[in-house]
Design a protein. Structure first.
Length: 363
């Protein structure tokens, strides 16, 4: 269920300082709720629901030109989301906790086309080359209505409405080749050049800022003042892979690969985004691309009848500009935003064994 409290405290990172909220514990306790890892209870005073619709389709066409093959893959998808949720996740309005409801809608569309040429196999070199295009748009409307209670008993209501979205055009040229030194020993070389073009827009209005001044003094908890911004970024990046493979037999292979990865830029576009001031952008600053360097060595194979298949791999990956999801509090509301978290290393060993002792049974 939504709005389930696992704690009534907040831990600051990287300091680890814990701040308790006795007011929140008391508000939940009035409904008989004790926050904790095993809590499964919630008590909201507004409707919470989500409706998702997903559509999509793809078409694959192939054309043989002698021993060469041309493949075209065309895809289209759409995601429609409508949701309502309790903003405060407590049962009653108080001077400590405002009462509010969020309502939002999302319309995401994407179209993609991939065209590739595959060479015949059996010679010194066999390869695949191609091109890729993706056009994706996301448009959102989000509304938040908050009612606050003053110490004297007076109530005030603020409504904020934001319309925002992102357009992403992604282009790529790619190719990968196997260099067959011998029937059992081969090299691998692959390359991909990627172009990203991102654009965003964001307009938020607030009943607390009827003249659309955007003054910070007109911010309200959970609803910031007027904001209007657009922006865009164009970036290109490279990714590539080099490796060696050696067949230990008809059903076993050992390999080593080095890969350089690239993930394009991104924007954090959300309900309460804003500039730091009139001349300094804040949320409008795009994330830098993420890059990675990875090494992997492994062994994989199977028995002749495939009753047993196995794989064993050791890897290490170093990320720079790592893009991570970060929980933050903005204008009194919790948000999840992407950040460049710096350098990250991931390393480990993976093993996988699959048994098929009888037909229809896989372990």
């Amino acid at each position: 269920p939504t709005s389930v409290y696992a704690a009534t405290s907040r831990t600051a990172y990287p300091t680890g300082v814990v701040t308790n909220s006795p007011d929140l514990a008391a508000a939940l306790g009035a409904s008989g709720i004790v926050a904790g890892p095993s809590n499964r209870r919630t008590n909201n005073n507004s409707i919470t629901d989500v409706k998702d619709e997903n559509y999509g389709g793809s078409f694959t066409g192939e054309l043989a030109l002698g021993d060469y093959h041309i493949t075209s893959i065309t895809g289209w998808r759409q995601w429609l989301n409508n949701q309502r949720q309790d903003y405060d996740s407590v049962a009653a309005l108080s001077t400590v906790f405002p009462s509010g409801q969020d309502a939002g809608s999302v319309n995401t569309k994407q179209f993609s086309e991939e065209l590739r040429l595959t060479s015949p196999k059996g010679g010194l070199i066999d390869y695949v080359v191609g091109a890729y295009y993706l056009h994706a748009t996301t448009d959102e409307r989000y509304q938040r209505t908050l009612t606050s209670l003053a110490a004297g008993g007076a109530q005030s209501t603020t409504t904020g409405v934001a319309n925002y979205g992102i357009t992403n055009d992604n282009y790529a040229l790619f190719g990968e080749a196997n260099i067959n030194f011998t029937p059992k020993f081969r090299g691998i070389a692959g390359y991909r050049s990627t172009w990203d073009s991102l654009d965003f827009y964001h307009v938020r209005t607030s009943t607390a800022d009827p003249l659309n001044t955007g003054a910070a003094a007109l911010d309200r908890p959970g609803v910031r003042a007027y904001h209007n911004a657009t922006g865009g970024i164009d970036k290109r990046g490279d990714s590539y892979r080099l490796g060696l493979q050696y067949d230990l037999g008809e059903h076993a292979q050992t390999y080593f690969t080095y890969s350089h990865g690239y993930k394009g830029p991104a924007y954090n576009v959300y309900f309460n985004m804003r500039s730091l001031n009139a001349t300094t952008p804040l949320d409008e600053v795009p994330l830098s691309p993420e890059t990675s360097n990875s090494y992997e060595v492994g062994l994989k194979g199977s028995t002749a009848n495939r009753a047993l298949s196995y794989s064993l791999a050791a890897f290490t990956t170093n990320f720079d500009g790592y893009q991570a999801s970060f929980n933050d509090v903005v204008a009194g509301a919790q948000v999840s935003r992407l950040i460049n978290a710096g350098s990250v290393r991931s390393r480990g060993v993976e093993a996988d064994v699959t048994l098929r002792p009888t037909k229809g049974l896989t372990l």
